[in-house]
Design a protein. Sequence first.
Length: 234
Amino acid sequence: MSKRRIFAVVPAKDLGRAKERLNGLLGAEERRGLARAMLADVLECLAAVPALDGVLVVTRNAELAALARASGAALVSDLRHEGPSEAIALAARRLAADSVSTMLALPADVPLATPGEIAELLDAAGVPPSVILAPALADMGTNAMLLSPPDAIPPSFGRESFFRHQELALARGIEPRILRLPGLGLDIDRPEDVATLMSRPSATASYAYLAGCGIIERLGRMAGDLDLSGGRKA
């Protein structure tokens, strides 16, 4: 029996459009710096997972491509840059053509993901076809998706994609398995997410970068306007 080959895929958006929902909390250069730090954290996490055979970063941004190469990741050029679903589908086609058995897709903005959580996802894979989903803590997006084979279902990321991915799996006769993982579940999109990240001191590059920006004091000034259970107060 041939060994299962598993590759992780991380789509990375252009820095010029990085974290636009944080506008008002972070300046443009701060958002770019945070995007770089979060990608570095995700790549460091993946590099510490022995069961992965490789990591692909899908981007057209030269700075993020250089960061990916420095981490040991391979690159997929995303010249059309049509969004994360299209970027992951592009990588999935390449992996399927190379006879890779399993693809782990996750975003570049989950800095608290741990090697242990990634290993838990990989261990959950069953006999193909198999779909393992890890939902986001907020908005019911999908923060990780393990597919065997890589094209088991088409990626459909975005708000409430967790439900869409379940429906896509069931439509193909696959019973999806769900893993709720606290580190991987936090994607940094809103000021509330930044507050949650900073409430959990960590050794991540993202925490250090934001602390260096004075974000803790800034969040303190905004505390009355934020509802940390999700969404802004009226």
